[in-house]
Ligand binder design. Structure first.
Ligand code: ANZ
Length: 712
């Protein structure tokens, strides 16, 4: 039972965290009561920019502020009585953890899955670091919302594109929200099509059958052919230069199509007609071959372009013979993992003029983060300015003086394997042993925010598949890390706006615990609405749940369990319903049933032991403190949380059916189950209609017994 481990921010725990964590905690406690061994761990995704920015502002070392934040988070979580196995707590910024992140990096390098290359990268001018494509949202930095620019930089990449097909195909094997799967699929963006020669230009198309409608060819500004045209055409040269500044986002979204005629033409492969070659930035260099055939009759982007530049639009017939060569293209790019920032795991690589890049030798790991650094971002990694960091560094191959990599790893590397460390957190010989991981992996239920649909969840799947291929994972469990995934819904402020300091509508879980206790906080968050729905906070709702929690104990004291007390069939229904609801993560309906049941119990003069016993047991996963207290009051030994989930009597749990006779002039013609609006339904039944159609009749209904139709 895995929660996405939190980033321990200075703001402390959020009620949104509490929602997800309570959901998995209820589920974990329930599964333990059902006799399962449950691993329910917690730790800290502790590296990252905010701690570093905080350090810059307040002159506190990130290690120190992070430690304080972690202590606060742990205290807050413990106050809500989450049943985590604290023996397994991990901190991704601790050398005992990041030494393994560094070994993961080296492992990937040894497999040819990590490489350094100069490439146009997304650069955030405000954070002064590169960003992965996944961290650029609508052309802006996901963190600070600054417009991202393109910069040619030497960067480290993981070859996630090698796994593109498996990352798509694996989605069929897992129980995840549909929308999350779709987002991953679209992000990977596999397109199957054909590569077709138009003269010397290979175009890529997913619709080769439209070839007879092609009236022009367009190449991306980065395409070799565009560069060739630019050599003897000033206008093309200008256009190519200008488009270098633009990000793919603004290019894809560009509504007004721009472009220039390249000054050359190529022959249509079927008709031999001369087609003009244009250079335009709506064609992307990284997709397909970076060149297209323009079919303005059928393709909207091509039509816009043709209209803008007066190119012919031609009606045509579909071509039904095979054409060109099969080609598959992807939107997914390799994962850019290096960051020019301080607070991350140093990339464990050494550069020698003669031998290039090599991993830091095993005996010298971990490469510790130096502490003699100035945090101010300068565009290069702050570690570059450390005096100690490059001291006595030699090439692992020849022993000559060499230099360490000064970039750190993106924090998404830390979080893309942490669940495996939870399986074996104290292991000093391996990051995890195959046997320990096999006990728990794959994760049965993973709960976390929907904002991680592409980044974290795709990176984790990628690395897990690499580990699987290297036999670091028991093959019996398959190559998907998370079998079932659910996202807790966003909790809005009382004003239905996103909780934010700006609106002053942030609810601090500490305040709720102090005023109402942890049980009320847990119960309220599970009762607010469907687990995955977006829902506003309501203090009136908290108070309502608090009254319910109080009423349980008051009723217990007023009508305590006695051996001669009344048995209630509702209690068997409750046990059945709450068990089913927890398994479906329908926590709010489970609590609603507890409320209904308590109302029935309150009407009874006396209550049997069995009634209270079962009520307290089903309450235990939701309100662990009160359940334990009542368990004690019942004179039971030991904790309620060590008990088995109660059995229920199926015959009692089932809804009673009441049968009603349908009579025509006193003779029974049919027997039906009683339900709402029965009188209206009966007169529409074929068997009955033949007696009453076209006749006058009167209905006499004796609920629970008979409907008599008196026909004249
Ligand atoms: C001719 C054609 C006719 C196309 C037609 C589409 C519709 P979708 O369709 O979104 O999956 N394309 C190919 N390479 C491109 C590039 N580098 N940059 C921008 N667009 C590119 O995407 C596949 C289509 O996108 C391809 O099929 C191609 O246009 C265009 F009625 O070729 B098509």
């Amino acid at each position: 039972m895995l929660d996405m481990f939190p980033y321990p921010s200075g703001a402390g725990l959020h009620v949104g965290h509490v929602e997800g964590y309570t959901g998995t905690d209820v589920y974990s406690r329930y599964m333990r009561m059902k006799g399962f061994e449950v691993l329910h761990p917690m730790g800290w995704d502790a590296f990252g920019l905010p701690a570093e920015n905080y350090a810059i502002k307040n002159k506190i070392a990130p290690a120190e502020s992070t430690r304080g934040n972690i202590d606060n988070f742990r205290r807050q979580i413990k106050a809500i009585n989450m049943s985590y196995d604290w023996e397994r707590e991990i901190d991704s910024s601790d050398p005992s953890y990041y030494v393994w992140t560094q070994r993961v990096f080296i492992l990937l390098w040894q497999q040819g899955l990590a490489y350094k290359k100069k490439a146009p990268a997304n650069w955030c001018p405000s954070c002064q670091t590169v960003l992965a494509n996944e961290q650029v949202v609508e052309g802006r930095c996901e963190r600070c919302d600054t417009e991202v620019v393109q910069k040619d930089l030497e960067q480290w990449f993981f070859k996630i594109t090698d796994y593109a097909d498996r990352l798509i195909d694996g989605l069929d094997q897992i129980d995840w929200p549909k929308s999350t799967k779709l987002m991953q699929k679209n992000w990977i963006g596999r397109k199957v099509g054909a590569k077709i020669k138009f003269g010397e230009i290979d175009v890529f198309t997913t619709k080769p059958e439209t070839i007879l409608g092609a009236t022009f060819v367009v190449v991306a500004p980065e395409h070799e052919f565009a560069k060739k045209c630019a050599k003897n055409n000033l206008e093309v040269e200008k256009y190519v230069k200008l488009s270098q500044k633009e990000t793919n986002f603004s290019r894809e979204k560009n509504i007004v199509k721009t472009g220039v005629f390249g000054g050359e033409s190529v022959a249509h492969p079927l008709t031999g007609e001369k087609l003009p070659v244009w250079v335009a930035d709506y064609v992307l260099a990284g997709t397909g071959t970076g060149a297209i055939m323009g079919v303005p009759e059928s393709d909207e982007r091509d039509r816009e372009f043709a209209k803008a530049f007066g190119l012919p639009i031609k009606k045509y017939e579909l071509y039904d013979k095979p054409l060109g060569e099969k080609m598959v293209t992807y939107h997914l790019r390799d994962w850019l993992v290096s960051r020019q920032r301080y607070w991350g795991a140093p990339i464990p690589m050494i550069y020698c003029d003669k031998h290039g890049w090599n991993p830091v030798p095993e005996s010298q790991l971990p490469v510790l983060l130096p502490t003699d650094v100035d945090f101010k971002p300068t565009g290069q990694s702050p570690i570059a300015l450390s005096n100690s960091f490059q001291k006595d560094v030699v090439c692992p191959v020849c022993g000559a003086q060499a230099k360490r990599e000064v970039d750190t790893m993106d924090t998404f590397v830390d979080s893309s394997w942490y669940f495996l460390r939870f399986c074996d957190p104290k292991n000093t010989k391996q990051a995890w042993s195959v046997a320990e991981a096999a006990k728990w992996m794959p994760v049965d239920l993973y709960v976390g925010g929907a904002e991680h649909t592409v980044l974290h969840l795709m990176y984790s799947r990628f690395l897990y598949k690499v580990f699987y291929d290297l036999k670091m994972i028991d093959p019996k469990g398959g190559d998907e890390p998370f079998i079932k995934l659910r996202h807790q819904g966003t909790i809005l402020g009382e004003d239905s706006r996103k909780m934010s300091k700006r609106w002053g509508n942030v609810i601090n879980p500490d305040d709720i615990v102090a005023k109402f206790g942890a049980d009320t906080l847990r119960m309220y968050e599970m009762f607010m609405g469907p687990f995955e729905a977006t829902k506003p906070w309501s203090m009136a709702g908290v108070e309502g749940v608090h009254r319910f929690v109080g009423r349980i104990e008051r009723l217990f004291d007023k009508v305590p369990p006695i051996s001669s007390g009344v048995q209630l069939r509702q209690i068997d229904k409750l046990v059945k319903k709450v068990g089913q609801d927890i398994e479906e993560m329908s926590f709010n309906t489970a609590i609603a049933t507890m409320m209904e049941t308590l109302n029935v119990m309150a009407k009874s003069e006396t209550l049997a032991f069995g009634v209270w016993e079962k009520f307290v047991l089903v309450l235990a996963p939701f309100a662990p403190n009160l359940a334990d207290k009542l368990w004690g009051k019942m004179g039971k030994k030991g904790s309620v949380h060590k008990q088995n989930w109660p059995e229920y009597d199926e015959s009692k749990a089932r809804d009673e059916k009441v049968m009603v006779a349908v009579q025509i002039n006193g003779r029974t013609r049919e027997v039906v189950e009683e339900e709402e609006g029965l009188e209206g339904k009966v007169v529409k039944m074929d068997k009955i209609r033949k007696y009453i159609d076209g006749k006058k009749y009167k209905v006499i209904y004796v609920p629970g017994k008979v409907i008599n139709l008196v026909v004249q």
